[in-house]
Design a protein around this ligand. Structure first.
Ligand code: NAP
Length: 276
């Protein structure tokens, strides 16, 4: 798919991977709506993106707008879709990027935190996709990009509910891709590995525990490449990650053993990891 001139809604585009994606889309002459709950952070991001647009090859032809709304709530989803369609005059690409995490032992995790993760990471993308589909169908050449996680491919201890939500999102995307095959709407699933964003600031696990962080701009570039080549999946984390995914399929007990050795340190390092 050629991104130039496309009308794109990115949920959670005011920071991290979503903002990096918005920058990459604007540089290619797309019209972009970003969203987020914090109005100040959103307005700041929109201002910066508008400046980027002015300096790009496409200049004032590019529209950038923000919608302040919570996609985990029904009225926030309605506001997100209505205002995005109004600002863009239609929709070609929906990026379900907004997400949240609360790490920790399952039995120590509050029900409200488990529910919040499922709402923002799984329920919101499904319902936003459903509500955006009429506009995406009208586009004629449309794409849904679901930002899942490497944890959907290899479950990591102390992230069980996050893994469930992200694996659910990934399988949702695969099923929907087949449901929509031949109908003008493609589905791509992105699996970022550790990425240097505000979401990771409260995670103290380092490379010794398997957490290395790559720049959000690199993840965004890979997703843009995936969109342009109509890829099914964009999997980050390099060769080491690819080996781990393969081993998890062939010999999951070997991965269990690896985590057994790391478990005590990992539990301490991620106990305060929260971004909800
Ligand atoms: N960073 C990583 O290592 C990593 C790895 C794998 C997957 N991911 C996934 O990548 C996606 C982006 O994460 P990130 O690392 O870029 O995080 P981030 O920097 O914390 O950005 C999250 C964005 O989502 C918005 N957001 C969060 N909850 C929202 C809600 N309920 N309604 C609307 N907007 C909401 C945030 O704005 P407000 O706070 O103002 O709402 C912000 O714009 C997430 O789905 C995450 O699970 C991240």
């Amino acid at each position: 798919m050629n991104i130039t001139g496309k009308r794109i809604l990115i949920t959670g585009g005011s920071s991290g991977i979503g903002l990096a994606l918005a920058r990459a889309f604007v540089a290619k002459g797309a019209n972009v709506v970003i969203t987020g709950r914090r109005a100040d952070a959103l307005a700041n991001a929109v201002r910066n993106l508008q400046q980027n647009a002015q300096q790009s090859d496409y200049g004032s032809n590019t529209r950038v707008c923000g919608v302040a709304a919570d996609v985990a709530k029904p009225d926030g989803r309605a506001t997100t879709i209505t205002q995005a369609l109004e600002a863009l005059g239609g929709l070609d690409i929906l990026v379900n990027n907004a997400g949240g995490v609360r790490a920790g032992r399952l039995e120590n995790t509050a029900e409200a935190d488990l529910q919040a993760m499922l709402d923002v990471d799984l329920v919101a993308p499904i319902l936003l996709t459903r509500d955006a589909l009429p506009a995406l169908r009208a586009s004629g050449e449309a794409m849904i990009v679901n930002v899942s996680s490497g944890i959907a491919l290899v479950g990591v201890p102390f992230y069980a509910t996050y893994a469930a939500a992200k694996a659910g999102l990934a399988r949702f995307g695969e099923a929907l891709r087949r449901e929509l095959k031949g109908e003008g709407v493609h589905v791509l699933t992105a699996y970022p590995s550790g990425t240097d964003t505000p979401m990771m600031r409260s995670n103290r696990a380092g490379p010794e525990l398997g957490f290395t962080l790559e720049p959000a701009d690199d993840v965004a570039k890979a997703i843009v490449d995936g969109i342009e080549s109509n890829a099914f999946d964009v999997i980050r984390g390099g060769g080491a990650r690819a080996q781990m995914i393969a081993l998890n399929g062939e010999n999951p007990a070997a991965i269990d053993e690896r985590f057994l050795g790391l478990k005590r340190s990992l539990e301490v390092a991620v106990k305060d990891h929260a971004a909800l």
